[in-house]
Design a protein around this ligand. Structure first.
Ligand code: GLN
Length: 537
């Protein structure tokens, strides 16, 4: 047993209140006070991980260094804390049941009836404590997905109740995030939904230690008093969370409200050292005071739900701040693009990003977009499928291989310039079977990517099954599409670029996953810089 303290974050009243941002902001403040902190997300759905989910369901699938396909909240955790997360930081109900059922088949519970309590709850507690037991963290914050009162959340709330009982309230506390809505007709903030949601939590035996109340209006003293009285917390433990201009304001707002201080008091940890947030606030200042505005087109097939591209748009914000420019995103549906309308849909853009994706929906639009920016010298960044589309476009329109395509789109191809990876050929199961996680890449000097990274060896995260077909490498290079980044072990082409173009780079990996507030991603910084230069033309 070690001294790790646990903070649970539950949500009530409605979803989408921003539990992930509150958890990440609290963690940031505690980190700034000198504590080592990590955050974990427990998702109550039955998928083993979100890798098999359509982005329309829960937004982007985030990928960690160790190749876990995870909830997008882990992206926030990394962007705020600047430390990597791993498979242990995201657990779903599916994964919990899978381990329990596997153990049952092995006979580990021989003779016993396997039940939600204690077997599922024990597995949940085990998954929570895996992080604490590493000894690496003073505090583990566990965000429970979903809303209190949902049937599927019940085992998690029970596990929290047990952990609090076992460890004591000075070692495990519960923050409950709720909504205090404003009724315009009555001209009042309403506390009843919060009262009900806390009551629901209490019916499961959990009494929140701290309430964080999302609200569009200032929660005054008398409302705080009312919330405290009816929800059985102290008034100072009612923290308001007003709508913020940007998520990056939330750590400062939570500090002002004293969230980190009350958490430390309850956990009986010292709150002497104050959080400084120096580098953080320098970033926020640059982000809020841009000297110019540029417009970047984002071509994808899930653009109706912006969360599908969360890490990309956050990476734009980080890189924009570095370049002191505001990055405006023009969302462009790939299915709406054709070679005929590309000029009108893309005109005026200072840069174009073609997004990752799977399947053939919208790919001809992506190819048309690449052709337009290649021919018109507009900075281009293609990520994963976006890079593959750039290779196809170049093969078709420069090499003249009219039917060039990826074997993802059609099995029998005259020119499979993008091909299923050898190691994928026998893969039949969908879940967790892509080429995932961090892999090394060697970069050629005298290239745009080298200029960006300023180093010859990088490690980036991947999530794909198809790859650049090296049989076409000689032809493509001779025609001007250079391969400037190669996986040293397999020879897989990781980056392509056009040296004669102002800035045209395609990458097989996902740089967006590694961009953080304190370390904006060098490739995004370079891309935005090129777009900024384009805007001055
Ligand atoms: N569908 C492509 C592949 O599997 C690209 C994947 C992606 O964009 N993440 O290789």
């Amino acid at each position: 047993m070690n001294n790790t303290k646990y903070v649970f974050v539950t949500g009530g009243v409605t979803s989408s209140l921003g539990k992930g941002i509150i958890a990440a902001s609290l963690a940031k403040l505690l980190q700034e006070r000198g504590y080592s902190v990590t955050i974990q997300k427990l998702d109550p759905y039955i998928n083993i991980d979100p890798g098999t989910l359509n982005p329309y369901e829960h937004g982007e699938c985030y990928v960690t260094d160790d190749g876990a396909e995870t909830d997008l909240d882990l992206g926030h955790y990394e962007r705020f804390l600047n430390i990597p997360t791993s498979q242990a930081n995201n657990v779903t109900t599916g994964r919990i049941y899978q381990s329990v059922i596997n153990k049952e088949r092995k006979g580990e519970f021989l003779g016993k009836t396997v039940q939600i309590i204690p077997h599922i709850t024990d597995e949940i507690k085990h998954r929570i404590q895996i992080l604490g037991n590493t000894g690496d963290y003073d505090i583990v914050i566990t965000e429970i997905g979903g809303t209190v009162g949902d049937i599927e959340s019940l085992p998690y709330v029970e596990a929290v109740r047990q952990m609090q009982w076992e460890l004591g309230e000075d070692n495990a506390i519960v923050i409950h995030l709720t909504l205090v809505p404003y009724l315009a007709a009555a001209g009042e903030l309403k506390t009843k939904p919060t009262q009900h949601s806390v009551k629901t939590l209490m019916q499961s035996g959990v009494s929140p230690n701290i309430l964080v109340c999302r609200s569009e209006h200032e929660i005054n003293d008398s409302i705080k008093h009312k919330l405290a009285l009816f929800c059985n917390v102290k008034k100072q433990d009612v923290i308001q969370s007003l709508d913020a201009e940007t998520i990056y304001d939330v750590p400062n707002l939570m500090f002002k409200e004293g969230l980190d201080r009350v958490v430390l008091e309850k956990l009986e940890l010292s709150s002497e050292k104050q959080p400084e947030l120096k580098a953080w606030n320098e970033f926020v200042n640059r982000h809020k005071n841009p000297k110019s505005t540029i417009e970047i087109g984002l071509v994808g097939k899930y653009v109706e739900l912006h969360d599908s591209y969360k890490s990309i748009t956050e990476a734009f914000i980080h890189a924009g701040a570095t370049n002191q420019t505001k990055v405006k995103v023009r969302w462009i549906h790939s299915e709406s693009l054709t070679p005929e309308n590309a000029a009108s849909k893309l005109s005026g853009l200072n840069g174009l990003l073609v997004a990752p994706g799977f399947g053939d929906r919208g790919i001809e639009g992506k190819i048309a977009a690449v052709q337009y920016v290649r021919e018109n010298n507009i900075p281009f960044l293609g990520i994963c499928l976006g890079m593959q589309m750039a290779v196809i476009e170049y093969s078709r329109n420069v090499l003249g291989l009219e039917k060039a395509n990826s074997t993802e789109m059609a099995k029998e191809l005259q020119h499979p310039v993008i091909n299923l990876m050898e190691e994928q050929k026998d893969v039949t199961e969908k879940g967790g079977t892509m080429r995932l996680g961090a892999w090394d890449c060697e970069i050629t000097k005298d290239s745009k990517v080298y200029e960006a990274y300023n180093t010859e060896l990088i490690s980036e995260r991947h999530r794909h099954r198809y790859e650049y077909n090296n049989n076409y490498k000689e032809q493509l290079e001779a025609a001007g599409l250079k391969s400037t980044g190669i996986n040293p072990k397999t020879g897989l082409v990781e980056t392509v670029e056009i040296p004669s173009h102002p800035w045209f780079v395609g990458v097989q990996y996902h740089p967006e996953y590694k961009s953080t507030v304190l370390n904006p991603h060098p490739l995004f910084v370079s891309f935005i810089k090129a777009a900024l230069e384009e805007s001055k033309k």
